[in-house]
Every structure is written in C-alpha cells, then in structure tokens.
Design a protein around this ligand. Structure first.
Ligand code: DX5
Ligand code: ZN
Length: 216
C-alpha cells in the first residue's frame, strides 16, 4: 500500500481547479505542489498565492515541495497559505538554518519534510532524522517534470528506511521523479510510502485505474 500524490506541475494551469477536483474524483491521496525559484533549480513555477487559491478548492492534504534557496525565509507564508506538508531541500541552506526551519515548520502547525537531490547521500540526512515526518528522495534532478526515473536511487531509499529504524520509525519515505506504471514497483519494494507522479498521472488514459495501481 502506498499513497499517491499527483503533481500539479503537469496539470493545466489555466484549469487548476478542474484538475485538482479530478485528482479527488480519481481517488488521489494528496496534491503535490512544486515551488521553484529559478535559483535553487533552473525553473520558475508557482508560489504562495497559488497555494492559497488551491487551499480554497480542495480538502486534500497539500504536499508543498519547496525547491527554493533558503526556504526559512518563506515557510511562514506557505503555512499561512494552507500547506499541510512543507518539504525543504537540505542542499538549499546551512544545516543550522535547516534545523531551525524544520523547527519553525512544526511550530507553525505543518508537517515537516526534507528532500534529497540525487547527488546527496543518505548520510546527509542524519542530522534531521528526528525532525521530519517524511523524507523525499528525488529520482530525477529537480526542476522539470517528465524526466527519466533514476533506478539507481533505490539503494538510497532502502538505506534511509534502515537508518530511520528505531530513530524515527513512523517517518514516511516519498519518491519524486519519473514514477509511472512500471517504476512505482521498485519504489515500493525499496520502502517508499508516498509516490509523487506528475506526467504519468496526467497522461494516463484511465487516471482512476492508474491511481489504484500506484496505491495497490
Ligand atoms: C520535479 C518535481 C516533480 C515533478 C515530477 O522537480 O519535483 O514533482 O512534477 O514529475 P514527473 O512525475 O513527470 O517526473
Ligand atoms: Zn516535486
């Protein structure tokens, strides 16, 4: 069993409400929101006002993936906009600021998560293991949807599951990038609890069936 978090990066931004209601109707668990600043990643997407607008039209948990430098500057505003999960990249600031940021996310009443780029080793997560409710393992370089799944990230996923062991056994593991009807299985086999899927979900001929496949 896994949760599916369709990424609205592949939605029709002129019809976001329609596409989010479609995620609800098809049985999606969360809505994954990719925030990019053009600095941490070479792309710019959406920000605080869009999260606030989405919050008004859905009761699904909003899984906000912050691909921005020094996210501590903005977590309060994203929390106030209605994010449920706030996920920061540990490469985006110093360890000291990252810890303070995770603390702040929790104090704001949100669930805290960290994300690891493909080149970031599992061991880099050690200082944060007790401070997060979820760890996101990127299986593409962050920045764009529709890239090829990096199967060589699976040992990192399994290693994180082992590392969480007695330290934080309830911590969820999330995979993001190139997850589709084939690659989802390897993620689950390696311990993933939450699967983000952008292009594969929005391109699926039968989205409800795709959701069930990923969840099952
Ligand atoms: C990429 C984003 C992903 C993206 C995934 O930087 O973090 O969430 O939407 O898209 P697919 O599933 O198409 O790889
Ligand atoms: Zn994402």
């Amino acid at each position: 069993m896994a949760y599916i978090a369709p990424s609205i990066l592949s939605a029709d931004f002129a019809n976001l409400e329609r596409d989010i209601h479609n995620i609800e109707q098809n049985g999606g668990d969360w809505v994954h929101v990719d925030v990019m600043d053009g600095l941490f990643v070479p792309n710019i997407t959406i920000g605080i006002p869009v999260v606030r607008a989405i919050r008004r039209v859905t009761g699904l948990p909003l899984d906000v993936h912050l691909m921005i430098r020094e996210p501590i500057r903005y977590v309060r505003q994203f929390a106030q906009a209605g994010a449920d999960w706030l996920c920061i990249h540990i490469e985006a600031d110093t360890p000291q600021n990252n810890l303070a940021c995770l603390e702040q996310i929790r104090a704001l009443g949100c669930k805290s998560a960290i994300a690891l780029k493909p080149g970031t080793a599992a061991e880099e997560a050690i200082p944060y293991l007790e401070m997060c409710g979820m760890i996101l393992v990127m299986t593409v370089e962050p920045g764009f949807g529709g890239q090829k799944f990096m199967a060589d990230m699976m040992p990192k996923l399994a290693k994180l599951r082992r590392m969480l062991g007695n330290v934080n056994p309830g911590c969820l593991l999330e995979v993001d990038g190139g997850v589709d009807a084939i690659t989802h299985q390897a993620c689950k086999d390696s311990g993933a609890d939450v699967l983000v899927t952008g292009s594969a979900y929005f391109k699926a001929a039968d989205r409800a069936a795709f959701v069930r496949l990923i969840q099952g």
